[in-house]
Design a protein around this ligand. Structure first.
Ligand SMILES: NC(=O)c1ccc[n+]([C@@H]2O[C@H](COP(=O)([O-])OP(=O)(O)OC[C@H]3O[C@@H](n4cnc5c(N)ncnc54)[C@H](OP(=O)(O)O)[C@@H]3O)[C@@H](O)[C@H]2O)c1
Length: 315
């Protein structure tokens, strides 16, 4: 008889999840997803309900990995908040189930897991698509994803300079104080991305904030915001000039305003590159359009659960 579900909040996740374990699990999961083998991964495109009264959305992200015995779903609510609103813009919860009995094994805070798995996947995109001699990283946005991306990218690569831009200078300065290494605050997007080898866009923009004419040829862009079909972070020039990769082709075609409205072609999924079935065009300007996938949450939640069990079973 299964007991009650374990509840794991972010303060516990913090000590259980590390990029060194997370990154290989996610690489493996991305490869499995792109093989489209239903015994490896079943993951439909996110179902999104509109919460019109509250200017928000509920996203449901179920995933089943039969061979690995992992069944998980994430519930994520996200909102268009007024500037200065103190209400949360995103709240996420992960539920891990036993696929044989159907009982809930664990309920987890989704904030830290989402932050880390998203940043880890962006860092994987950079590992595959960024030029090896990359020296300058630019981060546009200074929120939760900006912080996790700073941590993942500086953990995995050695940049000579990290720049950050925010529409609010105070927030950019606060961001600099919250991270462990030196960061240059830039007053404009153009200044931040000039000559940058890697650019991470982690804003809540609904109109383009990054324009192709400012991007150095051969740079790699990890575009993480704009997860609605009518929201943008990147302009048409960048989308059309770059070789575009996505986490999920179906997800990008259904949810990404940058892909849908620019008419850009998705060249490959990251998993295709990991599987060796598509080329990593490191020499060209590349965009990784991240929408986030249930399989990323599923393997991350399973990792947290395994670590939690190991920790709590110690004498
Ligand atoms: N792809 C994925 O898997 C995935 C996963 C999670 C989240 N996301 C997306 O990632 C983005 C960032 O998430 P987060 O959790 O870091 O959000 P957050 O903590 O609320 O931070 C959002 C950042 O965007 C900036 N911003 C908001 N509106 C802007 C505008 N119109 N122009 C320029 N900057 C603007 C904010 O600046 P101020 O502080 O000045 O307002 C802040 O720096 C969101 O779009 C979210 O939906 C993607």
């Amino acid at each position: 008889m299964a007991g009650p579900p374990v509840v794991i909040w972010d303060q516990d996740v913090e000590g259980l999840l590390h990029y060194r374990e997370l990154v290989p699990r996610l690489e493996e999961a991305l490869g499995k997803f792109s093989r489209r083998d239903s015994t490896e991964v079943i993951q439909p495109v996110r179902t999104t309900l509109t919460l019109q009264k509250h200017h928000g959305f509920l996203g449901l992200m179920p995933t089943y990995m039969e061979n690995d015995g992992v069944l998980c779903t994430k519930f994520v609510c996200f909102y268009k908040r007024e500037d200065g609103s103190s209400l949360p813009a995103t709240q996420a919860t992960l539920v891990l189930l036993d696929p044989e009995y159907g009982n809930v094994k664990a309920v987890m805070d989704g904030e830290l897991i989402t932050g880390m798995r998203t940043a880890a996947v962006s860092a994987i995109s950079a590992k595959l698509l960024m030029r090896p001699e990359a020296e300058v990283l630019a981060i546009l946005g200074t929120g939760k994803q900006a912080l996790s991306h700073y941590n993942a990218f500086t953990d995995m690569f050695s940049f000579k300079e990290v720049r950050v831009w925010s529409r609010t200078r105070q927030k950019a300065e606060r961001f600099c104080r919250s991270v462990s290494g030196p960061v240059t605050v830039c007053v404009s997007v153009q200044e931040a991305v000039r000559g940058a080898d890697a650019i991470v866009t982690v804003t809540r923009c609904t109109e383009p904030v990054l324009f192709g004419q400012w991007v150095k040829p051969g740079a790699h862009v990890a575009a993480v915001g704009a997860c609605r079909p009518d929201w943008r972070e990147l302009d048409d020039v960048l989308m059309k000039e770059a070789v575009v990769y996505a986490d999920s082709r179906e997800g990008a075609m259904a949810e990404s305003g940058d892909v849908i409205l620019s008419g850009a072609e998705v060249f490959a999924e990251l998993g295709d590159v990991i599987n060796g079935t598509k080329t990593a065009h490191r020499e060209k300007t590349t965009v990784f359009k991240s929408l986030g996938m249930g399989v990323e949450d599923a393997v991350s939640a399973q990792l947290v659960f395994d670590q939690w069990k190991a920790k709590t079973s110690q004498p």
